[in-house]
Design a binder for this molecule. Structure first.
Ligand code: NAD
Ligand code: ZN
Length: 383
């Protein structure tokens, strides 16, 4: 599934006629335009008329987006660019509405490609724009955060928030291609980088013991954002997520749920801390350790497996405990868990490890065990 040439890896996401490539390279952003042109020709057939591209980005990554713009122009595209406000508020119908107007002004047609240059916010919003304008126009992602590289740009979930709930409005819409240049991560703030690493560790725990060991052996490279290490961890993470998505593209069989390891606790912590206080990846890191401890209590694993995760997360600088583990009551945590949109019929579902690289979904975990773990952490971190 993965092809490699010098300094470049390609992961193919195999989804019948919606299949596409994720290209992972370093210092190649100046040639992204020719990849986009190639993907467009392959999907829609070569065109004799001039093609147009709508680059959507945010202020913090404008410099990268301008490189993408120049490269698209060099490849023959007429380019319009929209610079949005950084932050979660940008994922709104009001912002999308403004972007529809821009696309009308630029006389966008069925061949106009929407190119998202940014993190998960820009990717999710632009993907929703592309999915709905004219009932769907071509879409390409150029992710610029580690989280977007390994998570939000894989799997086709696009959408925006409503005041009532995050990600409530959306669709499944696969891109024509994803172009990942690890060099853009050099400007990513440290906290965002570390937060993205939590999801990388997650893939190892849930699906690939060998990958987890690779992370353990490459702590220095990870901390230094070494390009060759980044290319490998991004490619393997994309490949693992793609395997799950290929089996359950529309989240119907329950298989895709394995990706939610650590997330039942994490979503509760994020909600109780107030959105934006804990970063998502930080909450996931902490949530994985709670879930792993829960697996210990259920007799599924021994303490060494939890310790291995904690050690790796600490070595790569990911937060592993709540600022104040006693701040949230067990009742509040349980009621947030029941409200989680991933909950089915109010029944709590936990994704728990049974050995390194393997998880199983459990719906029969007694609440007393769920809260006992919270109490243990509140009383002082269990070892
Ligand atoms: P983000 O897009 O808000 O980016 C984080 C911050 O970093 C922003 O301020 C952004 O401007 C800045 N930034 C991005 N790249 C940068 C760079 N290279 N240099 C400097 N600054 C940079 O957040 P995110 O963490 O990438 O994504 C979070 C979003 O992703 C959430 O909305 C979440 O719902 C969504 N998400 C979607 C999926 C999915 O499957 N579609 C999966 C996970 C998360
Ligand atoms: Zn997550």
């Amino acid at each position: 599934m993965t092809h490699s040439s010098k300094n470049s890896l390609t992961v193919n996401v195999d989804l019948a006629e919606r299949s596409y490539d994720i290209q992972i390279c370093s210092d190649q952003l100046t040639v992204v335009g020719s990849s986009v042109a190639g993907w467009l020709d392959r999907r829609l057939g070569a065109s004799s008329t001039q093609q147009s591209a709508f680059v959507v980005t945010d202020r913090n990554v404008l410099a990268h987006a301008n490189v993408v713009r120049s490269s698209l122009e060099a490849a023959g595209f007429r380019v319009e660019l929209a610079e949005l406000e950084p932050g979660e508020k940008t994922k709104s119908l009001a912002v999308i509405s403004g972007l529809y107007e821009r696309m009308v002004e630029m006389k966008a047609d069925r061949r106009t490609v929407v190119v998202a240059v940014g993190g998960g916010v820009i990717g999710d919003a632009s993907g929703f724009l592309a999915a709905t304008y004219n009932r769907g126009v071509p879409f390409v992602q150029v992710p610029t955060t580690l989280l977007a590289d390994v998570d939000s740009s894989v799997g086709g979930k696009v959408g925006v928030n409503l005041a009532a709930a995050k990600n409530l409005i959306g669709s499944f819409y696969q891109p024509l291609g994803v172009f990942i240049d690890t060099a853009v991560l050099s400007t990513l703030p440290d906290r965002d980088y570390r937060s993205g690493l939590a999801e990388v560790v997650k893939y190892g725990v849930i699906l690939d013991a060998e990958f987890f060991a690779f992370l353990e052996q490459n702590v220095d490279g990870i901390n230094a954002r070494k390009p060759s290490v980044l290319r490998h961890i991004i490619a393997r993470s994309c490949e693992l997520k793609a395997q799950v998505v290929q089996e359950d593209e529309y989240e119907r069989t329950g298989l895709r749920a394995v990706l939610n390891y650590g997330h039942t606790y994490a979503h509760a912590f994020e909600a109780l801390a107030g959105y934006g206080v804990l970063m998502h990846g930080e909450a996931v890191s902490i949530g994985m350790l709670y879930a792993s401890r829960l697996a210990e209590r259920r007799g599924l694993i021994d303490a060494a497996l939890t310790a291995r995760q904690r050690t790796l997360l600490e070595q790569i600088g990911v937060v592993t405990s709540l600022p104040d583990p006693a701040a949230f009551s067990t009742d509040d945590i349980l009621s947030k868990m029941r409200l989680d949109k991933k909950t089915v019929g109010g029944e709590l579902r936990f994704i728990l490890p049974t050995k390194m690289g393997h998880v199983t979904t459990f719906t029969d975990v007694p609440e007393s065990d769920v809260t006992a773990v919270v109490d243990e952490f509140a009383a002082g971190r269990p070892e």
